[in-house]
Every structure is written in C-alpha cells, then in structure tokens.
Design a protein around this ligand. Structure first.
Ligand SMILES: *Cc1c(COP(=O)(O)O)cnc(C)c1O
Length: 465
C-alpha cells in the first residue's frame, strides 16, 4: 500500500518539473493580472471538498499564467535570486518533515542544522564568531531583530531595561541612516516603537554612499543613545557605505552600528579582492541583516539576523513560558534568536546550499553575477544614447535611455511586455532609470547577451517611433 501522500507528491513533482523545464525560456513576466486570476481561481468556499488532485492541477495550470518567472535566469527585477536545485530540494524536505523548529525538543535535527548553518555563515562572512544568529523570513525581519537587539543594547548601557519597562520614559534614542537607507529600515523603526521621526538622515553621494564626513559632524550634536544604520549594497547601485570609517565614527560616539547587507554582505564571500574590499570594515559593526533568498539562491523566504553581542540579541528576542521545554545546555532554541515562536526551519536550505556549494561555490556564484552585471553595462553602453548612471561595483546596473525620462520608462515597459527578460524602473537622483540586478546562479553569458539585445531592440524601435 502506498501512502496517501504518494499520488499527490508524484503529481506535484511532475508539475514542478514542468514549471522548471519551462522557466529558462518562458515569457519572463507574469502573463495574467488579477482579473484573469480571480476568474480562474475564485469560487464560493466549497461546502463539500474537491478532489485533491484536481486542486493541485488547478494551481499548476494557473502558475503558467499568474506566476512570474522571477526565479528565471533572465529576471533582473528588484533583487530576487533564483533557487539552487539543492536548496529547492532541501526546502521540499523541510515541508515534508513539518517540524516546528521553534525549540530544540521538537526537532534536534533542525536545531543542529541551524546551529551549524549559523556558524558557517559567520565563517563565510568572517564576522565575530561569538555573534548571535537568527534565521528569519527576510531582511525586513532581520532589521527588526537586529534593531530590537540594538534598542536593548543602547538602553541597557543607559541604565534602562526596555524589555521590562518599555519605551515610556526611556532615554530618547536617535537613529542615524543615510538618505539612501532601504525603506525596510524605517519600517523596523516603526515596529520597534522608535518611530520614523527618530531617524536623522545623512546626505549620500553620487553613488548612493553615506557622506561619512556629515556623519562625523552630526554625531557630536546628538544627546543620548544612538544607533547608526549603514548600508552594504545600495538597492539601486550596489554601492557600499565606507564602513571602516563609519564604524570608527560610530564607536567613538558610543553608538551601535547596524549594517543593511541584504545582498551586499555576500561580497564578503567573493573570490575577488576588489569585491571583498567593498565591505572592508564591515566586521566592526554591531549587527548585520542579510538575505539568503537573494544571493544564496534559497527559495523564499529566508533572511538572517546577526548580532555581535549575543546577550543583547537573546535578551531582545527570548521568550519563556511554563509549558515550554527550553534547553539549559548547548542545544539551540531558535525562539531565543528570532521574533517568531512556531516557525519553519528556514536554516535547513541554507545549510544544504552552503554544504553543496562550499566556499568556492559561493564565491563563484557571487563573482559570476558581478561579471554578468559588467557584461550588461558593457553591451548596453556601447549603444549611442545609452548611459550607465552609476559605477558597476557589484551586481546592480542602472541604465538610462536617450537621456530622457519618458523614453527610459517606455523602454522599461517595453521590455516587460517583450518577455525576453524582466527589469524594473527607478528614479535615481531625479532621473528615470532601468534597474538591472543579476542575482541568479543560472544566469548565463548568453542570457545577458540575449537580454541586452532585447533591451536595445526595444530602445531603437521606441527612439525611431
Ligand atoms: C531586499 C532588500 C531589503 C529587504 O529585504 P527583504 O528580504 O525583502 O525583507 C532590505 N535592504 C536592501 C538593501 C534590500 O536589497
């Protein structure tokens, strides 16, 4: 007798294979919008259940139209990243095992795998080995976790216990970030009750780096606890704040330094000195937020929060209740390091990816993406009327067409409608631009050549129209 799972898992496997086989050459954007999706999927809540196989088939059929190819090798929108085959396969196992990975007693397997994955990440990034590490849903929640630890740490040093007494009557915390800080930093400040008005913004330069001289001038004017948020990898340009100098300035003032390294922290794993050099001094920070679903290419969702002072990290996150069985020994209870209570073992695909790639494989993944970004910049800028707006230092390219906002936006819309590849638009220092992010292991030189051709084809036809 086969288990009741087998027929459905076989079916899911066939659907998954079909989706993955189609992925490299499919129309890259989503083909359907809400109207078509609702028409195909909406129904009154069924009174009697339906055939599970038919339900799976419905999902699969609609994934062809309503899912975008954001895991595809020619998807260059936002900063997305595909899935390594081993990471996807490990993620299937995570779902199969259905472990509540919140506490060790429920899953010694998940706890051990996450403990090891955490250590490997600290080694890969060469960050202080005593740091606390939490596996969260993404960089947003990594910011939340790290900044909760920062809030705890700076107030503890000011003689205030924020976990016990909250923020009412607490010393006022100033948070400093550059004008180019990612929006998720602000959101984390809101969640933490610090509020967006606690944020003091520092001007950034033409590449999107914090003007650290401004920071040095600003810090002495701030009274009380300070958290500085720096950035390793600007979401538009890939530029890095000058972290060594920022760390020195922050620490001279007694401030906590948090770094947004959503994708930029992976520069630490590069085999190229110039790329690693971008992150010079990053190890001096007090906390780091990054994603695994972006540049490590594990499936959504997967982020990592790292905090140098594991005590501050744990104090800000830990929970205890009479019925919980928490460990007193070396065993890891994930609830001590993340905001979630019950949780998915997100660290397992990270473990699988790191074990299968090794240091060399991660370096190769990072460096190939950077090389493809430079290839894009070379191919596009060879065309008269196409400008690359910022230095291509990592995996991000900003492109402007015809030095014209309207034309540039039309090229972005045109390439999305063309379907050969997918890129999104942005505004960079007042100018419309197309963003290209190369963050997928599967993106080949050929993919970039074909995509650049398509972009130029769209540009020429619009310019002539
Ligand atoms: C993507 C990104 C974030 C947010 O990460 P999520 O994983 O979407 O929560 C934060 N900062 C930067 C620089 C990013 O690129």
């Amino acid at each position: 007798m086969s288990s009741p799972f087998d027929p459905l898992l076989d079916r899911a496997h066939r659907h998954a294979s079909a989706f993955l086989d189609d992925l490299p050459q499919r129309f890259v954007g989503a083909r359907a919008g809400r109207g078509e999706m609702m028409a195909a999927l909406d129904a009154p809540l069924p009174q009697q259940g339906e055939d599970p196989a038919a339900v799976l088939d419905l999902l699969a059929v609609q994934s062809g139209r309503g899912a975008s190819g954001c895991a595809a090798p020619r998807y260059f929108g936002f900063v997305i990243g595909g899935s390594l085959p081993v990471a996807l396969a490990a993620d299937w196992l995570v779902s199969t095992w259905d472990q509540n990975a919140g506490i060790h007693v429920i899953s010694p397997l998940a706890a051990a795998l996450e403990e090891i994955a955490a250590r490997w990440l600290l080694e890969l990034f060469d960050l202080p080995r005593e740091s606390g590490v939490g596996f969260v849903t993404g960089c947003q929640m990594a910011h939340f976790t790290c900044l909760a630890a920062a809030r705890h740490g700076v107030l503890r040093r000011a003689g205030w216990d924020v976990e016990a007494d909250g923020l009412n009557g607490a010393p006022r915390i100033h948070v400093v970030a550059s004008r180019e800080a990612h929006v998720t930093v602000e959101v984390a400040l809101r969640y933490l009750g610090l509020g967006m008005r606690a944020l003091v913004q520092v001007e950034s330069d033409d590449q999107g780096r914090m003007q650290d001289q401004r920071l040095r001038e600003l810090l002495p004017t701030l009274q009380g606890p300070v958290i500085v948020c720096a950035q390793a990898g600007n979401v538009n340009t890939g530029a890095f704040d000058r972290l060594r100098g920022i760390a020195a300035a922050a620490h001279a003032h007694g401030a906590w330094l948090h770094v947004d390294g959503a994708f930029g922290l992976w520069a630490r794993a590069s085999g190229e000195e110039a790329v690693r050099g971008l992150a010079d001094g990053i190890e001096l920070a007090d906390s780091w937020a990054t994603d695994a679903h972006k540049w490590l290419n594990v499936p959504y969702d997967s982020g990592v929060a790292i905090v140098r002072d594991a005590g501050d990290h744990r104090d800000a996150m830990t929970s205890s209740a009479a019925y919980l069985i928490q460990t007193g020994g070396a065993e890891r209870d994930a609830v001590d390091w993340v905001p979630e209570f019950s949780r998915r073992a997100r660290g397992i695909p990270v473990y699988a990816a790191l074990r299968a790639l090794g240091r060399d494989g991660v370096a190769d993944l990072v460096d190939r993406c950077c090389a493809r970004a430079r290839q894009f910049a070379g191919l596009l800028s060879a065309e008269a009327g196409v400008t690359i707006l910022a230095d291509v230092v990592l995996n991000q390219v900003l492109v402007r067409f015809g030095d014209d906002d309207e034309l540039t936006r039309a090229v972005v819309a045109g390439i999305q409608a063309d379907g050969t590849c997918w890129a999104s638009g942005t505004t960079w220092h007042g100018l419309a631009a197309m963003r290209i992010s190369v963050s997928n292991w599967a993106t080949s030189e050929d993919d970039v050549a074909v995509s650049a051709d398509a972009m130029l084809r769209v540009f020429r036809s619009l310019r002539e129209a």
